[in-house]
Design a protein around this ligand. Sequence first.
Ligand SMILES: [Zn+2]
Length: 299
Amino acid sequence: MKTVSMIACVVAVSAILRPAFAQDEEIAGSLPPASLPSDALPLGGVITYVGNEGVVIEYGPAKIAVDALYDDGLGDYVETPAAIHAAMVAGDDPFDGITDVFVTHAHKDHYGPAAITDYLTAHPDVYALVPADLKVEGEGRETPAQPVLKQVVPLAGRDGIASPLNHGANFTWRFFQVPHGGRQHVVYWFALPPFERSVAEAAGAGISEQDLTILHLGDTDDYPEDLEPHRAAFAEHRTDVALVPFWLLDEPGLAELLNADQLIGIHVPVMGSSSLDADTMDWFSDPGEQRIIYKNMED
Ligand SMILES: [Zn+2]
């Protein structure tokens, strides 16, 4: 049986740009040929880009969104097209079945009170995990509308502090307090299991390392000082993909500090940037484009 290197596979697929709302056959068409055992675990996770730092991450039954509900690109950054926002609110594929939406901080290019309110109104079972100061009005700040506030879960803490592991409905996550722009700002780490199972079952099946692990750095400004306090925590778990603001992409040693296999840039200006190098970097720029991150491949 032909074997496939997971790393090589990730690199190969990450170069593929996909149109918005990829159909099933398009995703199927990109899978490796029939060299895999028929009882293989689900082969990959999918990250769908919706604009600026907004992504929807799917792996097995787990699907979450980060910074995907905002109203304003501040003139320089990619705004979510109305059709994609409408598809999210409507819960159309590939945005169906999102269980939780996460917000890194309350700046307008990451969080929109109207966008969040629309979404949570349409999805009363979905929770929004947000920095605690996002729920505090004043100084021009706007909170989500009163009827959906019960779905908005504040994350407290101060800079430099990491949360303990939290357990969602079917995935594990934690957050790290990192300074940015005078607002509370958090970096998220997620571990999405490939299918619903207990920890004991996973260990018995020898697949405890096969969660899809994603780090979202939000608008982390200063490297390495703002990330160094969390180096030990990042070292606890290998990260498959770190979503990194483009201004950090060329920082030497970043992938090592994050303990990440792959970096994908986000927050890329509409006009692009001279610091981006297509030969050595990958980044999101077109809402609707996707990356498939292969997992559970044989070495
Ligand atoms: Zn920003």
